[in-house]
Design a protein around this ligand. Sequence first.
Ligand code: ADP
Ligand code: MG
Length: 755
Amino acid sequence: MPVAISLNTPIEDLHQFKIARVGQNLSRKLAAALASYSTKKQATDATVEDLLAYLPMRYEDRSRLARIQDLKEGMEASLELHVKLAGGYEVRSKRSFSKSRLFIFEVSGVDAGKTGRPVVVWWFVSGRHAYEIINFYTKKLSRGVRFITFGRWEWDTRRGTYSLHLHKPADELEMLAASDDEGSSEQSDEDTSDPSLAAIHVGRRVPIYRKLGDFNSKRLREIMHAILGALDDKSIPETLPADLKQRAGLIGRGKALREIHFPAQDASMEDYERSRSPAHVRMIFEDFFWLAFAVALKRGKRTKESKGAVIQIDRRVTDSIASVLPFKLTRAQRNVVLQIFNDMKSTAPMNRLLQGDVGSGKTIVALVAMIAAMENQYQTALMAPTEILAEQHARNIKRLLAKTPYRVELLTGSLRAAEKRRLQSALKAGEIHACVGTQALIQEAVSFSRLGLVVIDEQHRFGVMQRAELRARGFNPDVLVMTATPIPRSLAMTVYGDLDVSVIDEMPPGRTPIETTVFADNSLDRLDVKQLISREVKSGRQIYVVYPLVEESEKMDLKDATRRYEYLRDTVFPKFSVGLVHGRMKPAEKDEVMRRFVAGEIKILVSTTVIEVGVDVPNASVMIVEHAERFGLSQLHQLRGRVGRGAEKSYCVLLTSDKKTSIAKERLGIMAKTTDGFVIAEKDLELRGPGELLGTRQSGLPEFRIGNLVRDQQILELAKHEAEFYLNKREKAATTAKMISRVSQDPRFGLAAVG
Ligand code: ADP
Ligand code: MG
C-alpha cells in the first residue's frame, strides 16, 4: 500500500487509503465519472488533482438557514424542510400531439419550527422515463424526510403559499435524512448517507457541486471533505514562486484548494458568490498565468526566428499597388497596410491578426500585401473558410489583377483530379502567383515553390493547428490572419496571444446605417416583411432570406429552407426570380446560383448560413433571418453585414417566434440597438461564453477550470503582466527556467507541437 495520498494518486486507488466509506466500487465509479468530465481520457488516468479541480458551482451558507416566516417575494434562500406530501401530476394531455407528455412533480414541506404555511417545491418532468422519475421521487420524498433546497422563492397565488421552481432537482435539492441517495439502485451501501457526516452538510458554509456521474452534490461534498482531510499540506506542492505570490497578494495553493471547496466560517459569502474569495483569486490567477506564460514564450520564440528573405517595399511595389487599387484606401486601411509592410520588411516572420468589422474592407488590405510579396517574386496563398467565399475572392482578385502579369488560380476540394494535378504542378513550377482556396490548400499537400505570404480570411473558422500546418509547408512565410469577429481584448490575448493585432476601425465612405427590426413571426408582421421585399426588389435591390442550420436537425432545417424557397418562388413572389443555396449542393450548382445573384439575375436568395461569412454583393439591401433566436449575436452581426455595403439604405429583419423567451427578445434587442461589432461580441461572450463565440474546438482555446474571460479580465491582465516579467526581466533566472520546463510539458499549451 502506498504511504500517503497525494495529488497524483489515481482515483481508482483511493480505496487503499482507508478513507471512511471510500471503497473499491466507489473509487472505480468516481474515476470513470471524472474521466468523462475532464480531459483525461481513461479512468485509470484520473487523479486526486483532477477530482479537486471539480469545483463547486456555488455555495450555501447553511449556518443561517431561512425560515418560512422570513420569506419574501423573489428572495433567494436555503430552507430546510420536512416533507408533508409529494407526488406528480400531468399538465399536458396526450392530445397535444407530437409533444411528449409533461408532468409536474410537487413537494410540500414545512420548516422545523413550523413558522408558516407549508411551502411548495416543484419541477417539470417529461420524456420517456417520466413515470420512473416520478416514482423515484415519490418514494424518496416520503412524509417526514428532511431536505435542504435553495433558490428564488416566489409568492404563488394558485397554491396560496411560497413556491420554488427547480430546474435540476438533482442539483438543487438535497436529502438530509438517512434515505437512499440518487441512483441508489446501482450503488452499494457504501454510498448511503452516514449520520456522522451530518456536520459536513448543515450548520456551516457548504459547497454545492453539479452532479458528476452518479454522484450528487452531497456525496461529492463528503468525498472532497474526506480527501482534503487525508491530504497533508506537504502533498500539495506550490506551483508559483514565492515572490510572485507576495507581489500579487495570492494565498498558497494548499490553502486555496481547501478553501475553494470549504469556505472558512468567517469567510465573506459575498466574495465567494462573486468568485472573489482569496481562494478563487489564487486559483483563477493560476489558471491564466500558465497560459499567459506559454503564449509569451511562443511569441518570444517567433520573434527570434527568421524567414527566408525579407520583402522590399520600394517605388516599384507601391506603383504596382496604386495601379490596381479601385478606390482610395481609408485612413484606417492605410495604417494597417503600413503595419503589415513593417512586418514584411523585418527578418522575423509576420504573424498578424487583422481585425475589422464586417464590411470595413479587409480584402483589399490583403490584396495590397499580396501584391507586395508577388513584386518580390514570392508566391502568395489566400485561404477562405467556405468555397463560396474562396470563389468570390478568386473572382475579385482575378478581375483586379487582370492587367498585371500575375496569375491567380482557385484551388478547392471540389476540382476534378486532373485539373487539380495541373494546378499543383503549376504551383510547384512557380507559375501560379496567387493561389486562392479553402482548407484544400493545406489538406492536399500542395507544394509551393516560393511561398512568401499566407492570408487566412475569417480566421475564427480555422484551427490553430491548420495555421501551423500551412506554415510548416512553406518557408516560414509571413502570415496575415483576418477576422470580422471582433474579439474582445481578453480573448484576443488568449486565443491569438502570439499574434500582433491590427484593427481597421473605420468604414469605407458612403455607407448608410442598416435599419434592424425584430419581428414576431406572425402573419401580420410577415405582411410587413413581404411589402418591404416587394418594394426593395421593385426598386432594383436584392434580398437574402437566411435559415439556421443546426447540426442535429440539419435535414429538417434544409427541408424548411427548401420549402420556404418553393413557397416564396411559387406563391408569394411568382414575378421575381428566387434562388436557393445551401451547403449540401454541389459546388458547381452553388457557384452558379451565387454567380446569378452577384449578376443581379436572382432577386431573392434563400439560403442557409453558407453565406454567413464574407459574401459581398453591394446591391443587396435586405437581410431577413428566420428563427433569429437560434443564432448567436456575432453570427447575426455577420449576416447583417451582408447588406449595407452600398450607398442605399439597407434593412435587417430578425424574425422570431412569438413564444420565445424574454431572454431571446432581449438578445435580439441588442442587435436592433447597435451595429458596433465589438459591443455585440462582448455581449455574446457574456451570454454564451468564449467556446460558443469562437468554437472551442476550432479555436484551440484551452478550457479554463475556473477563470472566466469576461468576469476575470483584471486577474488576466495581472497574470499576463507577471508572465512577461519573468520572461523579459528574469530571462536567465532559475525560477524562469523551471517555469519554462513546466509549461513545455503541459500538453494543454501545445508548445511542443508549434514551434
Ligand atoms: P470585409 O472587411 O467584411 O471583408 P470587404 O473587404 O468585403 O469587407 O469590403 C466591403 C466592401 O467595401 C467591398 O465592396 C469593397 O469593395 C468596399 N471597400 C473596401 N474598401 C473601400 C474603400 N477604401 N473605399 C470604398 N469602398 C471600399
Ligand atoms: Mg471579408
